[in-house]
Write a protein that binds this ligand. Sequence first.
Ligand code: FES
Ligand code: FES
Length: 189
Amino acid sequence: MSDSGTDAAERAQDDGDRGLAIKLSVNGQVRQLELDPRVSLLDALREHLRLGGTKKGCDHGQCGACTVLINGRRVCSCLTLAVMHEGDEIVTVEGLDGVKGLHPMQRAFVEHDGFQCGYCTPGQICSAVGMLSEVEAGWPSHATADVASSRIELSDEEIRERMSGNVCRCAAYPNIVAAIRDAAQGGPA
Ligand code: FES
Ligand code: FES
């Protein structure tokens, strides 16, 4: 290899060490990062942006603890790479509350005691918020009796089916369902 070839290889190695420069919009703020392109969105949030609300359960798309909202849709952040999300609006549980305090879904979980250890709770809450917009948009689920209807009644069966990707090891499920039902009806008073 020529000297210049060696230099190029060394530069590429250096660039690889520094990572790829990307900008992520998280909770309304643009954050600049240099990341290995193989870093998952979950690890970018937790390890690089220090947003520990999003939890790592299985790291395999099976528990839902890492659920965040991307452009309003719920996504398992362990199953997607951070570099794929430049230009997207990412919202984590830390970004759900607004100027008026807790998000209605957060308040409903508190009100209904929808958690015990709380490990799954950020994922449950983000998932529930995304799920309600899917219902509003008329997306049927496996539990929907009439898939042709654009108006879906949010029965407990619908809630359970639509939240089945979020596992709670404490089995707080009855209270989680009650919280989501309440939030869907306008939230706790
Ligand atoms: S940590 Fe992503 S689904 Fe379990
Ligand atoms: S509250 Fe403990 S895992 Fe769900």
